[in-house]
Design a protein around this ligand. Sequence first.
Ligand SMILES: [Zn+2]
Length: 338
Amino acid sequence: MRGAVLYGPRDLRFEERDAPKIIRPTDAIIRVSATCVCGSDLWPYRGINPVSEPTPMGHEYCGIVEDVGSAVTSIRPGQFVIGSFFASDNTCPHCHVGYQTSCQRAEFISTAQAPLLRVPLADGTLVPTPDVPSGDMIPSLLALSDVMGTGWFAATAANVKPGSTVVVVGDGAVGLLGVLSAKQMGAERIIAMSLHGSRQKLAREFGATDIVTERGEGGVARIKELTNGIGADSVLECVGTQESMMQAIRSTRPGGSVGYVGVPHGVEIDGEKLFFAHVHLHGGPAPVRRFLPELIDLVWKGKIRPGKVFDLTLPLDQVAEGYRAMDERRAIKALLRP
Ligand SMILES: [Zn+2]
């Protein structure tokens, strides 16, 4: 089979790779219906996280189970399934309290931009849909594999409640789906911080009531102005830079919560500023597996359509163009069809 392999900065090739096989009895092999390029794939693509050897890429996936190992009991060939970017057993003490990305047996899935994918710990990792979905539902189901689950975790970690005032820092796919999550959880006011016209439009479609284009100091001042000097109940940090993290903390009211899901790059928090901010901080790699049953149900019933974040669809053999389009910010998120 052929799949995506990263050789070095901006050198992404679609080339022959070994087809995956069952290695352990708890594995499953999936025929991928759709996969995509993640914002986090751009870190190695841009050379910020260097790659030392040709590296297969991709961690978002959904598809049809092709084969399962002898110890797999709940997943069967023919089922349409979705899983998180981390495989998890769903039984250990950390999974038990809903932190499957910290599973004692967690394994990162990193070869999904290909027609076939091996998923370890299939029983714990994969969640089947009620039936094989229609084609138009597949983008929204694929989004649950990472970006929607991550936006949902940001809103959960930020303690969004009916009637809340929410700020979302970051207008990438995760930030936009953080807006959708806050709306679904009943937030009354959702302020999206975004500089870009097409992203502002999608944020409004997903439920944003206000758009703030200022950043840093000016952004915080604008949030304070919009909230009568109080700050927001909940702030979703979906970027991972020093500026975005401090913007999030400083936009939160005393007693409020920050949910942070942007992978930190060079973020340092001043203990004294944190002490006097009086805010709750919670975040990390989203335990997407915890939310999959509920989110599949919402998509299946047509209550949410997170697949709208895919504004570019390409055949998998044009995966390199998907990376380029996202790198150059011509696309929010690229969906790939094997
Ligand atoms: Zn576990």
